[in-house]
Design a binder for this molecule. Sequence first.
Ligand SMILES: NC(=O)c1ccc[n+]([C@@H]2O[C@H](COP(=O)([O-])OP(=O)(O)OC[C@H]3O[C@@H](n4cnc5c(N)ncnc54)[C@H](OP(=O)(O)O)[C@@H]3O)[C@@H](O)[C@H]2O)c1
Length: 329
Amino acid sequence: MELSHHMRAVEITEPGGPDVLKPCTRAVPVPGHGQIVIRVAYAGVNRPDALQRAGSYAPPANASPLPGLEASGTVVETGPGVTRYSIGDKVCALLPGGGYAEYVTTPEAHALPIPDGLSMKEAACLPETCFTVWSNVVMRGGLKAGERFLVHGGSSGIGTTAIQIAKALGARVFTTAGSDEKCAACEALGAEKALNYRSGDFVAMMHDEGGAQLILDMVGGSYLPRNVKALATEGRLVQIAFLQGAKVELNFAEVMMRRLTITGSTLRPQSDLAKARIAAEVEAHVWPMIAAGKFRPVMDSEFPLEQAAAAHARMESSGHVGKIVLKVE
Ligand SMILES: NC(=O)c1ccc[n+]([C@@H]2O[C@H](COP(=O)([O-])OP(=O)(O)OC[C@H]3O[C@@H](n4cnc5c(N)ncnc54)[C@H](OP(=O)(O)O)[C@@H]3O)[C@@H](O)[C@H]2O)c1
């Protein structure tokens, strides 16, 4: 397929607020060994994009400096060594960066077929959250059926995904969110109890239930010692972000006495092989949940690519429930 040499994209002109995101023109990327080029239909917007824009989450070496960690679209070119995908295939993919553009490259092992029954718009919202939730809640956190699982930020892209996947696994799901409306949305998705953290105490909620066996947290700060208190004996805490800060005072005697595990991870800096392993698990376990109607991404809003700044402003207003997407095609 003959591609034009230039494409529309959105760049980060300097570290700062949403307004530093500006439309630009870039050369169409060339696929390396094992990589595909995707003509992007929709790109998902994620909180780590806002951190990158603000200058506090640098892209890994060799990654595109353009923002965008996930997209859906059509394969338009394949690099040497590509075996699974052909030109014309529809995919959604985890990206090392560069999703806010008409074309993007990624290893084919990080791309998955569009699940039956989902639109390209919905599929663009799957990779970043599904990879993050599956790798942290199941591969790292070891969630089992019947366990009490607490996820903070239940109405976020990550939270709405975690609630549905944990519920589909047979866990009892508890969550926190910043308004009664958001809590109602979380309970509609399958959370047994959603607590408005502005008026209630999640430690008390979990103590009433016997403690959480697993917590997925993105808040950190004052939540860290409270998460430790909310865990049951031998409970696990998986940290995926620190929206309230990463430096806290903590009494580790509690960790020792109740045999707790504190761990965490970030997806983007992991090796291509590690991400390929997560992709395979997501396809094997999460795609069947979608086919069975147990999980569907929760869509908040859509913006044209050129209005990425408005999409970031919406995300940072925290008025959203679920995922925000950019329409690129
Ligand atoms: N480790 C990884 O690999 C990885 C990968 C992807 C995302 N993440 C992280 O996961 C988090 C969610 O990502 P996302 O894309 O789903 O973002 P998102 O939809 O913007 O969600 C962020 C949520 O955090 C809540 N929040 C914000 N500030 C808070 C505070 N000070 N205290 C309590 N809650 C607060 C907001 O809910 P309320 O309005 O209800 O407070 C909001 O729903 C982000 O922090 C992101 O950096 C980590």
